[in-house]
Design a binder for this molecule. Structure first.
Ligand code: TRP
Length: 329
């Protein structure tokens, strides 16, 4: 059985794009692999060093993941800061991570541009901590999106470099988990690009029905097709893309034909789309609220998950110390 590691930042709630873009596929993945799912709460400090409520954020994201169907009975679900072994591996890997390669990382350069007032060492070494998260469990695969490909490439490089420097064949080089054709890109409601966290663009799994209705009714469209057969504009295509994942095929067919005939009323389409999104998200939202109200359950999940993760991580640390040459007196 292969090992999979996936980290989730503790900042930001899950949206429809996370769900259809990745999470839904995790349910099958967790049955076929030894999975470690964790909340990357150390990483969140690189951009939010003084969080308002880091505990609340961790709890919320954890509840949302569990509500989507991540099963703590079969996967190891834990919080990064409950596994201090990762910080030791991070320190050791830092000795063989070079300033030049860290400074060239796209995500780091982006952060410099966006937050020139807080360019800290944690941000620079973000990819080293991420590599430690992954290789501490000797992962074979990591489910990552496009934005994380470079980080995964660096993880492979750090693993390979460790093996080369200490002349061992210890860490596997993890690759991107291959979901085959299953990945769907969910666009945002603001007309361009994919669904994200920005206001007006995304629908969160925890959004109540009235919020979903307001957001969908406010989605960007166009002035409507001026003649039959006109190609839909990008914002309208985006609404159809979302509709294809949440609505039944007859609904999609109906509105596609209305558009093709230039008789479509976008208000009608949005009303239907909002109700179909609500139908999909309602059970998840109810489950999020149930889980959040059950602190006993959450405490049990992170306690048992943390224990399992520490067992795995401390085995690696023991080996790594021995490989480098630390010995008892
Ligand atoms: N950098 C990842 C993100 O922003 C989060 C992350 C931290 C991660 N450590 C990881 C993802 C390890 C996968 C494996 O989404």
């Amino acid at each position: 059985m292969d090992t999979v590691v996936s980290g989730i930042r503790s900042t930001g709630n899950l949206h429809l794009g996370n769900y259809f873009g990745a999470l839904r596929n995790f349910l099958k993945m967790q049955r076929e692999n030894k999975c470690f799912f964790f909340i990357a709460d150390y990483h969140s400090l690189t951009t939010h060093p003084k969080p308002d409520d880091i505990h609340g954020n961790i709890k919320q994201v954890l509840a949302e993941y569990l509500a989507c169907g991540i099963d703590p009975e079969i996967a190891t679900v834990f919080v990064q800061s409950d596994v201090p072994e990762v910080t030791e591996l991070y320190l050791l890997l830092n000795m063989n991570a070079y300033i030049g390669e860290l400074e060239r990382t796209t995500s780091f350069k982006e952060k410099i541009r966006k937050h020139p007032d807080n360019i800290n060492a944690g941000l620079l070494t973000y990819p080293v901590l991420m590599a430690a998260d992954i290789i501490i469990h000797k992962a074979n695969h990591v489910p990552v999106g496009k934005d994380q490909e470079q980080h995964l490439e660096m993880t492979r490089r750090f693993a390979r470099r460790f093996n080369t420097i200490y002349e061992v064949n210890y860490f596997p080089e993890p690759d991107a988990y291959n979901f085959g054709q299953e990945l769907i890109k969910i666009p945002g409601l603001d007309g361009t690009g994919k669904m994200g966290k920005s206001e007006g663009n995304g629908i969160f799994l925890a959004d109540p029905p009235e919020v979903i209705r307001r957001k969908v009714m406010g989605a960007v469209t166009d002035t409507g097709p001026s003649h039959p057969g006109e190609e839909p504009s990008e914002p309208v295509k985006n609404l159809f893309t979302i509709m294809k994942v949440v609505s039944d095929p007859a609904t999609v067919k109906y509105f596609t034909e209305q558009h093709a005939a230039a008789t479509i009323r976008y208000g009608e389409l949005k009303k239907q789309l909002a109700e179909d999104i609500i139908r999909v998200t309602n059970p998840i939202r109810n489950r999020i609220n149930e889980i959040l109200a059950d602190n006993k359950f959450l405490a049990k999940v992170v306690r048992e998950g943390g224990q399992k993760a520490r067992e795995s991580a401390s085995g690696t640390i023991r080996d790594v110390r021995e490989i480098i040459g630390y010995k008892p007196f």
